[in-house]
Design a protein around this ligand. Structure first.
Ligand SMILES: Nc1ncnc2c1ncn2[C@@H]1O[C@H](COP(=O)(O)OP(=O)(O)O)[C@@H](O)[C@H]1O
Ligand SMILES: [Mg+2]
Length: 263
C-alpha cells in the first residue's frame, strides 16, 4: 500500500497550517495509522513544535534530501509518538529555493525524495511555507491532495482564488490528479459573530468541500508547541484535541469508504 500524501497549504501565514499538520499527524497515529510529517517550511515550526532539537538535525534534514546530497532514510527522525516520524527543516531550506532554480525537474525534487518510502506509511503530511514558491510547488507535485486551513476572519477567502488557480495550472501540467481534500476552518470562536458569518460564507461558497470538523480557538493548541508536544500528549481532554481527533476520523472514514467503493 502507498501512503496518502496530504499537503497543508495556504500562502497566508498564521492561518493554522503548522498547528494542523502537527496535530492531524499525531491524531492519525492515535488512530493507529503510521504517519510521516514533512516540514517544508524554512521556519521549521513543525520540527520545533514536535520537540526536535535544531542542532541534532542541522546536517541531515529536508534540505539535504531535496538537493539530493543525502538519502531520504537518513533524514527521518523518531518523535515521542512511536508511529509518528518527522523529516525536519531549518532555515537552510531558504537556500534550496535558490539552488534549485536552475536545476532540471526542480518542482519534483520532493516527489523523487519521497518515492522510495511512500509504502512505509499510511499518511504523509507536508507542512508548507506561507508562499506559492518553489517549495510549495514541490509539495503540490508530491501530494495526492491538499488541505487549506482557513482562519475564520475577515479576508479569509482572499488569496484562495490565487491558490486554486495555481492548482489548476498544476493539474494541467505537473500533477493532474492533485485534488483539494477540504477547506479546514480554524481558530473559530463560536461567540464571535464575524467568525460565524465567515464560516457560513465559506460553506455557502464551497459546500461539502469544507470539512465538517471546525477547529476552535483554543489556548492549549497555542501552548503545546512550546512544550514540543502535539495537543493529544499535552491535553487530551482539550477542545483542540477533540477537534483534531474528529478531523482525523473524517479523513480516515472517507478513505475507508473510497477503498470499499473501489474494491
Ligand atoms: N486553533 C487555534 N487556537 C489558538 N491558537 C492557534 C490555533 N491554531 C493556531 N494557533 C496559533 O496561531 C499561530 C499561527 O498558527 P500556525 O499553525 O503557526 O499557522 P501557519 O503555519 O499557517 O503560519 C500560532 O501561534 C499558533 O499557535
Ligand atoms: Mg507554519
Amino acid at each position: 500500500m502507498s501512503a496518502q500524501i496530504i499537503a497543508m497549504a495556504n500562502q497566508k501565514g498564521g492561518v493554522g497550517k503548522t498547528t494542523s499538520a502537527i496535530n492531524l499527524a499525531a491524531c492519525f497515529v492515535a488512530a493507529e495509522r503510521s504517519t510521516l510529517l514533512v516540514d517544508l517550511d524554512p521556519q521549521g515550526n513543525a520540527s520545533v513544535g514536535l520537540g526536535m532539537e535544531a542542532d541534532k538535525f542541522r546536517h541531515q534534514n529536508i534540505y539535504h534530501a531535496l538537493i539530493g546530497s543525502t538519502d531520504v532514510n537518513q533524514v527521518i527522525y523518531d518523535t515521542q509518538l512511536e508511529f509518528l516520524k518527522i523529516i525536519p527543516s531549518d532555515n537552510n531550506l531558504v537556500g534550496a529555493e535558490m539552488e534549485l532554480v536552475s536545476v532540471m525537474a526542480r518542482e519534483s525534487k520532493l516527489k523523487t525524495a519521497l518515492s522510495s518510502i511512500t509504502d512505509q506509511y499510511e499518511y504523509i503530511i507536508i507542512d508548507c511555507p506561507p508562499s506559492l514558491g518553489l517549495l510549495t510547488l514541490n509539495a503540490f507535485c508530491a501530494a495526492d491532495s491538499f488541505i487549506v486551513p482557513l482562519q475564520t476572519e475577515y479576508f479569509a477567502m482572499e488569496g484562495l482564488a490565487q491558490l486554486l488557480n495555481t492548482i489548476k495550472l498544476i493539474n494541467s501540467s505537473l500533477n493532474p490528479t492533485l485534488f483539494m481534500r477540504g477547506i479546514l476552518l480554524t481558530m473559530f470562536d463560536s461567540r464571535n459573530n464575524l467568525h460565524k458569518q465567515v464560516a457560513e460564507e465559506v460553506r455557502n461558497h464551497f459546500g461539502d468541500q469544507v470539512f465538517e470538523t471546525v477547529i476552535p480557538r483554543n489556548v492549549k493548541l497555542s501552548e503545546c508547541p512550546s512544550f514540543g508536544k502535539p495537543i493529544i500528549l499535552y491535553d487530551i481532554e482539550s477542545r483542540g484535541s477533540q477537534a483534531y481527533l474528529s478531523l482525523a476520523r473524517e479523513i480516515i472514514v472517507e478513505r475507508v469508504e473510497t477503498e470499499r467503493f473501489l474494491n
